[in-house]
Write a protein that binds this ligand. Structure first.
Ligand SMILES: NC(=O)c1ccc[n+]([C@@H]2O[C@H](COP(=O)([O-])OP(=O)(O)OC[C@H]3O[C@@H](n4cnc5c(N)ncnc54)[C@H](OP(=O)(O)O)[C@@H]3O)[C@@H](O)[C@H]2O)c1
Length: 247
């Protein structure tokens, strides 16, 4: 039995990843921020299919809460799975903001920094004692680190920081047998940043070689592969999952 934590597992890519990982035999702790009912629905769906899952609250922008979260994960592992160790962590939780540089406020900047770079850094640090030998960490970055998209500058800059951090984590955690990779989605049909309306989705699809925007499952399958033994020799990489977006 292997248990993983997926932050932001209540909706979108995180929820699809939880369901895909469970389908492949992993047990899952999903976290939610504002939508406990959505997280409970993901747990129900996994359990209805014969898997095991739990949901815990987490604000990735609140570093002071991470010790309590680690304790809650440890208690959940003991109570539900009679184990002390995690097999993986997906730093997925996040939100978007469309605002040109000239209008971004300091608090918007700090909020995005907290959720997309500082949060994954300190959450990973906090959960490190629970990550066993051979564990796999996947950090969700974004194709906006490669393709400049007007209106998402701080978001993209912090995702770029997370991509660099991925390589440093791989370097420092390798001695413990822990692999760390980044998955960099192109446009995906989720609720991020208010969601994609049809006109915007069509424009993004026209910029994509395969002619459509991504679905959460497209990304979930790649994350699940990186968490599995099929990805055992993939380390310190950033994998763009975008159907050929702006090439
Ligand atoms: N969709 C895209 O086009 C796209 C492209 C590139 C990269 N990404 C990245 O992929 C990841 C998942 O995005 P998504 O599209 O699946 O988004 P989504 O559908 O909006 O889901 C976001 C998830 O993150 C959680 N979350 C948001 N703010 C949080 C916070 N402060 N603390 C803890 N959890 C928080 C939400 O929890 P609640 O629902 O419980 O509040 C939800 O589970 C993000 O890191 C995003 O930047 C997405």
């Amino acid at each position: 039995m292997s248990v993983i934590v997926i932050t932001g597992g209540s909706r979108g890519i995180g929820a699809a990843t939880a369901i895909e990982c469970a389908r492949r035999g992993l047990d899952v702790i999903v976290t939610y921020h504002t939508q406990p009912a959505a997280a409970a629905a993901v747990v129900d769906r996994i359990e209805a299919a014969g898997g095991r899952a739990c949901a815990l609250p987490l604000d990735v922008g609140h570093v002071a809460g991470f010790d309590d979260f680690r304790d809650a994960v440890a208690q959940t592992l003991e109570r539900t799975w009679q184990t002390t160790m995690l097999a993986g962590l997906v730093n997925n939780a996040g939100h978007g903001l469309f605002n040109p540089i000239e209008r971004v406020t300091e608090s918007q900047f700090d909020d995005l920094l907290g959720v997309h770079l500082k949060g994954p850094f300190f959450l990973t640090q906090s959960l490190l004692p629970l990550l066993g030998h051979g564990a796999s960490i996947v950090n969700l970055t974004s194709a906006t680190t490669r393709v400049a998209t007007a209106g998402v500058a701080p978001y993209a800059a912090f995702k770029g920081g997370l991509e660099v951090l991925t390589r440093y984590m791989a370097k420092e955690f390798g001695a413990r047998g822990i692999r760390v990779n980044a998955v960099s989605p192109g446009p995906v049909r989720t609720g991020l940043g208010g969601g994609l309306d049809e006109a915007f989705a069509a424009q993004l699809a026209s910029q994509t070689a395969l002619g459509r925007v991504g679905e959460p499952d497209d990304v979930a399958r790649v994350i699940a592969m990186l968490l599995s033994d099929d990805g055992a020799w993939i380390n310190a990489q950033s994998v763009e999952v975008a159907g050929g977006y702006t090439i």
